[in-house]
Ligand binder design. Structure first.
Ligand code: NAP
Length: 304
């Protein structure tokens, strides 16, 4: 039985759990398939039912590792919302010494990417497909054609983007019949890019929730020795005490979720205790003064 309520990502869009479990780092966790099945079952039992993948995550492939665990209990698939991505291609095998990773948002590449994800995950559809990064050669009409074909075949239910600027988001949206259901972007108290460049404003305007990646700055927030990181940790510790929070990561997740576009944090930890602790952020409420205190600790100055 889920202990937390789901949230709607966009008008007419999919329902996600209020936290998403990210699987970018899965190949580093060193889990057997049975251990991974236990980890997935534990976060699902706590209400974290949405999972984030990408074909380019991991070596060995995180999608394949996840698929091997799901194979041990196929009934788990129906309790999950599976998000994966497309559009980043590794250097082609046999492409020569100078071959590079590149973006490809052509219709054929998008469809082939989804078919690869389905095969590695061992499932018949993705709940959401995101274009991972903006392709400077993107033909928006062609992406729209790929989305229509994938929806018609039942292989993908909803579509969104990741790391798109507001104008890139609007361009693709202009060619689609259904609203994009999210823009998955970096949100944390270290990097304020999407907070100030209009990305989150655009999502609030359309009532579309961002998915927030690297909320803890990839773990740097706990170890970084720069003046900014030290200021952040000191302020987070004071806020933790004031709010009665269990940990500073809880405070960060609450700070992110209080943004008016209602971001859904993606958890990057493979430690179930840390995953469980994150859920406590749902009960925290920062005052505006507390919210801006963390903003100021990051910037090194108060509001103008
Ligand atoms: P993150 O939460 O910022 O970083 C996770 C890292 O922080 C892990 O190595 C974790 O180690 C460590 N950590 C967490 N809590 C800690 C604590 N209390 N003390 C010390 N270390 C701690 O998230 P992320 O992994 O960078 O990103 C999350 C997800 O976002 C990814 O899995 C992926 O699904 C997605 N993502 C998307 C994009 C994109 O371009 N769309 C880019 C990056 C990531 P432990 O495992 O040991 O806890």
């Amino acid at each position: 039985m889920s202990s937390v309520s789901k949230v709607c990502m966009s008008p007419g869009g999919p329902e996600f759990s209020p936290f998403v479990q990210g699987y970018w780092r899965l190949a580093e966790w060193g889990m057997s398939s049975a251990e991974l099945l236990t980890f997935i079952s534990q976060h699902v039992a706590q209400g974290i039912t949405t999972v984030d993948h990408a074909p380019v995550y991991g070596d060995p492939s995180c999608e394949s590792l996840f698929g091997a665990a799901l194979k041990l209990d196929p009934s788990l698939r129906n309790r999950l919302e599976i998000v994966s991505k497309c559009g980043i291609e590794k250097p082609p095998e046999g492409g020569g010494a100078g071959a590079v990773a590149h973006y490809d948002s052509s219709k054929g590449a998008i469809i082939a990417s989804v078919e690869g994800s389905l095969s590695r995950l061992g499932v018949d559809h993705l709940d959401v497909l995101l274009v991972h990064r903006y392709d400077f050669l993107m033909q928006a009409d062609e992406v729209a054609e790929a989305f229509v074909a994938l929806k018609a075949s039942g292989k993908v239910r909803h579509f969104g983007v990741s790391n798109f600027s507001p104008s890139q988001f609007s361009l693709l949206q202009s060619r689609l019949d259904a609203p994009l259901v999210t823009n998955q972007v970096e949100i944390n108290p270290v990097n304020f890019g999407v907070v100030s460049d209009g990305t989150l404003d655009q999502l609030q305007e359309g009532r579309v929730r961002p998915m927030a990646w690297s909320c803890l700055a990839g773990g740097e927030i706990f170890q970084g020795q720069s003046a900014q990181m030290i200021r952040l940790r000191e302020t987070l510790e004071v806020l933790r005490e004031e709010l009665g929070a269990e940990s500073i990561d809880q405070v960060i997740f609450a700070w992110i979720m209080q943004m008016p576009s209602h971001p859904v944090p993606i958890l990057g930890s493979g430690n179930i205790t840390r995953v469980t602790t994150a859920l406590g952020a749902l009960d925290l409420n920062l005052s505006r003064e507390q919210w801006y205190r963390l903003w100021g600790a990051s910037k090194g100055h108060g509001v103008p």
